[in-house]
Design a protein around this ligand. Sequence first.
Ligand code: ARG
Length: 461
Amino acid sequence: MKKNPSRNVHFSKDPSDLLDEINASIDVDQRLYKEDISGSIAHAKMLGKQKIISKKDSDRLVKGLKSIQTDIDKNKVKFSRSLEDIHMNIENLLLKKIGKVAEKLHTARSRNDQVVTDLKLWIKNNSVELDKELKNFQKTLIKISEKNVDTIMPGYTHLQIAQPVTLAHHLLAYVEMIGRDRSRLKDCIYRLDENPLGSAALAGTSYPIDRMYTTKELGFREPTRNAMDSVSDRDFAIEFIFSLSLIGVHLSRMAEEIILWSNQQFNFIFLPDELSTGSSIMPQKKNPDGAELVRAKASLIIGNLGTILNILKGLPLSYSKDLQDDKNLIFNSYDNLLLSLKVINEILSKSKFNKLKMKEVVENSDSTATDLANWLVQNLNYTFRDAYKTTGTIVDYCSKKKLNLGQLTLEELQSFDKKININAKKLLSATDSVVIKSSFGGTSPKNTKKMIKFVIKKYLK
Ligand code: ARG
């Protein structure tokens, strides 16, 4: 018989190869080894402190676990599939290293509380790196914004040219999105920061354990309050994958803009050579594959969110093995997101904006029509609806004449209302249009400069 400590004497046969194949999770959950060892060290210390095992045994467990961590760090360990998962593998490594005393480690705990503790620790540890990358991305966006508070471009609604905006205004929109993402991640970590260790299988334990002690040792805020909930709860995993999904959605929207902007018909952005690909057949092509794949990765992460919600919805309390498949979803979402974040950041920071083209497009449009309507309201006492109608007639005239608003002479404008004067004409330039959008949150360069100062303080300090 194979040596799997979770198979007691009541089994007369080893698990079949097929069962092993579906049941073993070590290929995935070996990524939890550091967290698993930290959890075990805290547990072993607590067992000693509470005199559930002797101080000497507790010390031997801790020492053995530390040295296993070094072995794994140095790649000296080969995990075994027949031991199912990381928890059994480490217990077995400990047995080989320190002998029979290793078998005391699993007193007063279960793999059910062990795995959920590991997973929470892993998410806590790895969200630090994620937040760092999110902040880096904000840094890039802000840096480009600082140089482009006066760079005029078309702003779109329905992907139709709507009103002139500045490139800084456009990019700062993403700074806000990523800001919300970072705070959402923080909230998620706050809620998951409760220690499940000591819940044992589902009912708690009859040993005099000290959950406050392990909570402190492991850096959790407080212990969980219901052992059944503790071992069956994966809300935190869902929230984490949701947070990643929404970040993915934001990156995907940026990716989509990069794809559009680098398209020849937009021609707003030049992609760096080292971040674009060629075609195997069309010699002239330069493709935005990186951005396209970021768009696809968001779909994978959203898929993972649907999957984990589906896994959970049919499970009775408390632990069921279905929950084992949560890890793959978490790791896969995390890896894809971190990669996407780095790729988008790199593309954006190395791309060149075609300022001339952006200005040309906005100036060859009727994007200042709203400004003209507003001028009629503010200077000639029109109601907004009347102004809207008159401006519509003027725009109609332009399209018949194949002109744009800015090209109309004062005389032409006056043929619609003789009180229209030169001030209205001046306003039809995109630059002036942007300057007057000075309401809080508006695109005016003066505003934008203030906003940049604000976001630097809020997000980068
Ligand atoms: N590998 C398992 C998981 O990831 C550990 C928990 C196993 N618990 C059990 N009762 N079989 O969920």
